[in-house]
Structure formats: structure tokens, C-alpha cells
Write a protein that binds this ligand. Structure first.
Ligand SMILES: [Zn+2]
Ligand SMILES: [Zn+2]
Length: 335
């Protein structure tokens, strides 16, 4: 089979990815072999390719928004049939025994491993993954549309839960790419008033077309104080801006896995009155299942841009340059 491998992590311009012919993966006893039909392109893949994240597996195949069909099952797996559609996401495995796993916080498991970082992911024709960590997908959503839900969607949903938005509350979104535009749809369906702050002019138009109450520049103040905010921009300078936009008791949730340093906060204006800052670390399987159910119920849809699997570096370059709004999806055009 063919797959992309990160052979020389570094700037995309230097070609960190290599297109390689590899042996078909063999599923372990607890794994499924999945024939990939579509794989979303996440900013984390860019961080893996460019070496912003340390190398966890040499020559890893990136990709953790994988939709495909079960092609083989390990000897210890039950409950899956050949050809059944499944989704594979970022959280690949946890130990299930540590004090975090035992209290339902498996996203904090120190022994957790991740698809497309610790083990090969979906920029490939086939991928082998632990069966206990795959998702069933809402039937109404096609493969390409479902792919971005698996990381951008689930992480956005985790960030929304961490933001503790009160019923009918005011939510501010800073940055409006793949994750934010899915999160906005869930928040709107649940009755929130959503204000979007982003640099992209096209992204502002998309936000308004989805039902946002307002859209403005990333440094601008929303037209009303916010109960909750989420920053999707990997830029620390947004944090004080968002904290000033929060009303008393407001919560800012930081959705990125990577954030540049934040400037010092001014206590009186940016933190007092019980404002809170919370980070978001991956997600639990419960978050994933909950979000996918809501996505099916509320017709949450990603704005997608298709690329053939063999064109993955171009998709990553377009993501890096901000040449599209929404989400890029690789389509397996080989098998
Ligand atoms: Zn654990
Ligand atoms: Zn991701």
C-alpha cells in the first residue's frame, strides 16, 4: 500500500513528507485494519510534519481524522463486521488503569498514545487501530463530510464543554477555521448567541451565514460581554484580548495543542471577578460519542476542500498559507 511518512521533520517548504510503498499493516489481536476512504487534514498534522511536536515515532504516517471500512479484524475483536464504516480519531489508546482513566478523564492519561504521532495514521490506504477507540459514524453524513468531525469537531466540542457556557449564553470564538465552524454549529443549535472574532474576511462571512450574531476582527471587542469564549488561534496574544471581552464569572477555554507564549495578564481587567482560563487536552471517548450524536441530530456540516491522497503536501501547504476556510480532506483515489 501507499502512505505518506514524515521522514525529515521540518519546514514544509523543505519537503518533510515522503510518499512510500509499504507493507500492508497487520492488525494486532485487539485491532481493526481499516481501508481508508477519507482523511481530514488537521493543523496538528502540520505540527508533526514541521517538527513543532517532538518525534514520537520515526517515519510516522500522519492523519487522525480517518473514515474507512473495516478490512480485517484482530483475533480478539468482536462486534465489528467486515465492510462496516468506522471513524478513527486522535486518541488512539489509554491504559485504562491510572487515576485519571479511573475517574473518567482518560484524556489526561499519562500513558495515552495518539494516531498519526505515536502510531501510523490515515495519510495512507490502510491503517491499523485499536478497536476499542474507533467510533460509529452518523449514517446521514458521508465519508468526506464526516472526516473533519473526528478531530476538529470532537476537540471543538470538548472546548465548548470546557467553556461552561450557560443555557442561552453568549459565546465568543477567536479564530474561525475547521474546529471553530463546527463548534459554532453545535453552540447555535443549543441556543447560544455566538460572536466570532477572526482575521479572515471570508471566515467572517461564513460565520454570519451559519447564524453568528456578529463577526469582527480578532482584536476587536464583540458587541456585548461574553459568558464564555474559546480561542482556536494558536496565538498567545489573543488570550488577554479574550479575557477583557469576558463578563464577570466568564470562562476562556484554549482549544489549541500549541500556543505561543501569552503576554502577562492585567489582574484587575483580565482576571478579577472570577474569570477563568482553561486549557483543553485531547478528549475522552465519551466526548467523541456525544459530539458525533449531536452532529447527526443537528446536521453539523464541515465546509470541505477535497484533495487526492497523493496530494497531501499541497493540502498541508494550503492549510499553512490559510488558502481555504473550513477543512481539507484527503480522498483515497488509489484503492
Ligand atoms: Zn490512564
Ligand atoms: Zn487534529
Amino acid at each position: 500500500m501507499y502512505a505518506w511518512q514524515v521522514t525529515e521533520p521540518g519546514p514544509l517548504e523543505n519537503g518533510p513528507l515522503t510518499w512510500a510503498e509499504l507493507p500492508m499493516p497487520t492488525p494486532a489481536d485487539d485491532e481493526l485494519l481499516v481501508h481508508v476512504t477519507a482523511c481530514g487534514v488537521c493543523r496538528t498534522d502540520l505540527h508533526v510534519a514541521e517538527g513543532d511536536l517532538p518525534v514520537h515515532r520515526r517515519h510516522v504516517t500522519p492523519g487522525h481524522e480517518v473514515v474507512g471500512a473495516v478490512a480485517a479484524t484482530g483475533s480478539g475483536v468482536s462486534g465489528f463486521s467486515l465492510g462496516e464504516r468506522v471513524g478513527v480519531a486522535w486518541l488512539r489508546h489509554t491504559d485504562g488503569t491510572c487515576r485519571f482513566c479511573r475517574r473518567g478523564a482518560e484524556n489526561l492519561c499519562p500513558a495515552s498514545t495518539y494516531t498519526g504521532w505515536d502510531a501510523d495514521g490515515g495519510y495512507a490506504e490502510y491503517v491499523s487501530v485499536p478497536a476499542a477507540f474507533v467510533y460509529r459514524l452518523p449514517e446521514a453524513i458521508g465519508d468526506v463530510d464526516a472526516a473533519p468531525l473526528l478531530c476538529a469537531g470532537i476537540i471543538g466540542y470538548r472546548a465548548l464543554r470546557r467553556a461552561a457556557l450557560p443555557d442561552g449564553g453568549r459565546l465568543g470564538l477567536y479564530g474561525f477555521g475547521g474546529s471553530a465552524h463546527l463548534c459554532a454549529q453545535v453552540a447555535l443549535a443549543q441556543g447560544a448567541r455566538v460572536h466570532v472574532m477572526t482575521r479572515g474576511v471570508a471566515a467572517r462571512a461564513l460565520a454570519l451565514s451559519l447564524g453568528a450574531a456578529s463577526a469582527q476582527g480578532i482584536e476587536d471587542s464583540p458587541p456585548e460581554l461574553l459568558d464564555s469564549a474559546i480561542t482556536f488561534a494558536p496565538v498567545g496574544s489573543v488570550v488577554p484580548v479574550a479575557m477583557r471581552a469576558l463578563d464577570r464569572g466568564g470562562v476562556l477555554s484554549i482549544a489549541g495543542i500549541h500556543l505561543t507564549d501569552t503576554p502577562p495578564l492585567e489582574y484587575e481587567r483580565e482576571l478579577f471577578y472570577e474569570k477563568e482560563i482553561r486549557s483543553v487536552t485531547a478528549n475522552t471517548r465519551a466526548d467523541g460519542r456525544e459530539f458525533l450524536t449531536l452532529a447527526g441530530q443537528h446536521h453539523v456540516r464541515a465546509t470541505t476542500h477535497r484533495y487526492p491522497l497523493s496530494d497531501a503536501p499541497r493540502a498541508l501547504a494550503d492549510l499553512k498559507a490559510g488558502r481555504f476556510d473550513g477543512a481539507a480532506v484527503l480522498v483515497n483515489d488509489l484503492s
